[in-house]
Design a protein around this ligand. Structure first.
Ligand SMILES: CC(C)(COP(=O)(O)OP(=O)(O)OC[C@H]1O[C@@H](n2cnc3c(N)ncnc32)[C@H](O)[C@@H]1OP(=O)(O)O)[C@@H](O)C(=O)NCCC(=O)NCCSC(=O)CCC(=O)c1ccccc1C(=O)O
Length: 283
């Protein structure tokens, strides 16, 4: 079983361990909150293909667990949220797994986070750099500790994220700032990140989880369907056809839940003509 290294962040919930056989990830649940923690502090929580695969598995579990309403994504320890792809296993066309197969599977994880119908909150202590910065960026909310530092390194290390990392970043911080972040590869402190709208709030390191869990508890008081619709509505504006598909899929789900939608199914199964005449045409 995975173990956690010491941290000065005060635990804020009675977390139950669901890490199972995960090697690179810790996975906990409490009070309707799922917490996915990248557990590779020795490399500032850089991800390798296995890390990403386990994060996808944990995220899928959280998505399909009816008792979970909100998901926290974080990194183990005080020093880093995530420092991006593990450069030690970077091959010539992606990141190598134990079999030597090359992956860029963090792109799949990004899509999973965007399309998860539950709010995903990045809880950031220390560095969120490179692909790690993109991970926090694409979360619905980001809560930063005072020691958080943000930035891209792609053009320095021979990489770039031309997907969410470019266009979605520009929609969050503006075109000029996004180009500055990528072209100059500077690091930004938590206050600077707050000022440019990259994070929602900044708190002392020790209080990071308390604040994040307080936000989760407040979200959990609210309508799951309203939250789901809002997330997909926000994504529809930024995530292209995939974003529109999510919003449309949620509309279909809501229609299935109506008597009118069910009349079509029932009529088919009962081999009769559907009676849609009994339903009002709303103005
Ligand atoms: C994060 C740092 C700024 C932290 O600095 P510091 O606190 O001084 O610690 P260090 O002494 O540098 O690091 C400690 C220890 O960790 C190792 N380490 C840190 N980061 C990595 C890493 N990313 N890979 C491998 N190892 C790492 C470091 O070497 C040290 O080990 P020792 O054994 O003690 O030497 C600083 O560490 C730093 O700048 N790190 C590198 C950041 C970086 O450039 N990351 C990669 C960016 S590229 C990327 O993430 C691509 C991701 C991707 O898969 C992708 C693919 C396709 C499209 C888009 C993407 C995408 O961007 O998402």
């Amino acid at each position: 079983m995975s173990t956690a290294s010491p941290s000065s962040i005060i635990p804020a919930a009675d977390w139950q361990d669901h890490s199972g056989a995960f090697q690179d990830v810790l996975y906990h649940k409490a009070e309707g909150i799922a917490k996915i923690t990248i557990n590779r502090p020795q490399v500032r929580n850089a991800f390798r293909p296995l890390t990403v695969k386990e994060m996808q598995q944990a995220l899928a579990d959280a998505r399909f667990d009816e008792n979970v309403g909100v998901i926290i994504l974080t990194g183990q320890g005080d020093l880093a949220f995530c420092s991006g792809g593990d450069q030690r296993v970077r091959g010539d066309s992606g990141y190598k797994d134990d079999q030597g197969v090359h992956h860029l599977n963090v792109l799949d994880l990004q899509k999973d986070i965007r399309s998860c119908p539950k709010p995903v909150i990045a809880m950031v202590a220390g560095y969120a750099i490179g692909g790690g910065h993109v991970l926090h960026l694409i979360c619905d909310l980001s809560i930063a500790a005072e020691n958080a530092r943000f930035g891209q390194t792609g053009p320095k290390v021979g990489s770039f994220d031309g997907g969410f990392g470019a266009s979605y970043m520009a929609s969050v911080v503006g075109q000029k700032k996004a180009r500055e972040i990528w072209f100059l590869c500077r690091q930004y402190n938590a206050q600077e990140a707050l000022d440019m709208g990259l994070v929602n709030t900044v708190v002392p390191l020790e209080q990071l989880e308390q604040e994040t869990v307080a936000w989760c508890r407040q979200i959990l008081e609210h309508s799951p369907i309203a939250l789901r619709m809002l997330k997909s509505a926000f994504n529809a504006g930024t995530d292209g056809q995939a974003g529109i598909q999510e919003l449309a899929g949620n509309s279909t789900m809501l229609f299935y839940m109506t008597e009118e939608g069910q009349e079509g199914r029932n009529a088919y199964l009962e081999k009769r003509k559907p009676d849609f005449g009994k339903f009002k045409r709303q103005p």
